[in-house]
Ligand binder design. Sequence first.
Ligand SMILES: Cc1cc2nc3c(=O)[nH]c(=O)nc-3n(C[C@H](O)[C@H](O)[C@H](O)COP(=O)(O)O)c2cc1C
Length: 337
Amino acid sequence: MRIGAIELKSKWILAPMAGVSEMPFRRLAFRYGAGLCPTELVSSEGLVRASARTLRYLRRDEEAERPFAVQIFGGNPDSMARAAVVAKEHGADIIDINMGCPVPKVFKSGAGCALMADPARAAEIVRRIREATGLPVTAKIRSGLDSKRINCVEVGLALQEAGCVAIALHPRTRAQGYSGRADWSLIRELKEALEIPVIGNGDVKTVADAHRMLEETGCDAVMIGRGALGNPWLFRQLQGGPPPTPEERHRVVLEHFEDHVAFREDPRAAVRTFRNHIGWYSRGLVGAANFRARAMELETVDEVRRALDEFFSTALPDPRFHGQSEDDGIDYRTAYG
Ligand SMILES: Cc1cc2nc3c(=O)[nH]c(=O)nc-3n(C[C@H](O)[C@H](O)[C@H](O)COP(=O)(O)O)c2cc1C
């Protein structure tokens, strides 16, 4: 699988997820075999202003994160090109454009999924970024705005014509948000229409799902979001490797927490934002529900360390768990793709 001239180590890709696919988690996904782990969406306007807060999203592990794909969002071709230059100066090897974000604030500014309604402007953004940076440009799109305006193939063709080197499709409309099922038949349609690689995305939770997506759609690579939460080992399993042992899970959860605290810099905030990860890592283990409730009360780094140690040093898989029907704890009003 190639993105322009860049050969990926595998065709399994971690989806960009705001507040989740930050450097500590991306590093784990790369370690276990992901071929690419783009950043979450980063504001082009913030990058152009060189806002300190926005630039923090570009922090990465230079050793582990190769290639480094930065996802940017915005509606203005000029700002997007300038933002891409800033991302390149901060190490980006690939620029990914967010064309899927359904959140009203982003949409109203003509960015994210709004670009699906304006293929000419979307293509112009690709062209301008290519010219300004010389980097390979990719895009992540949805099926369209709603069931009456499914136009991912039209948008895909316009982007390809503009020099986009790969397209990821999350085949839900903006109106669908995250409800219903992703319509994989659109991934197949897009693959059949384009010459550039197509990355399939949506509802891949297991190794079997990923292989089924490859078979059913013919896509070149598979992007996984929610299925990788609390389970970076999924990427190893996709390469034929084993699931984590309890000892390994214990060690890696602690490691992730320490990295998360260092990354967030504010320990109290880190404790709060790691709660979601605690929920995901404990999914499917005996006593997870009680542990999660307890984790919500923890306030300090030391308390979290102790609680993680206690739970994960003894936690065993729950034989009644089949990987479904549990609330994933995600606030979909703020899920950006
Ligand atoms: C919490 C959360 C945050 C997300 N943030 C982004 C984002 O920043 N950029 C983006 O393109 N997609 C974003 N998405 C969408 C995912 O990349 C992906 O397209 C979607 O979750 C479907 O894939 P999945 O079924 O494997 O999760 C987000 C999704 C979730 C759940």
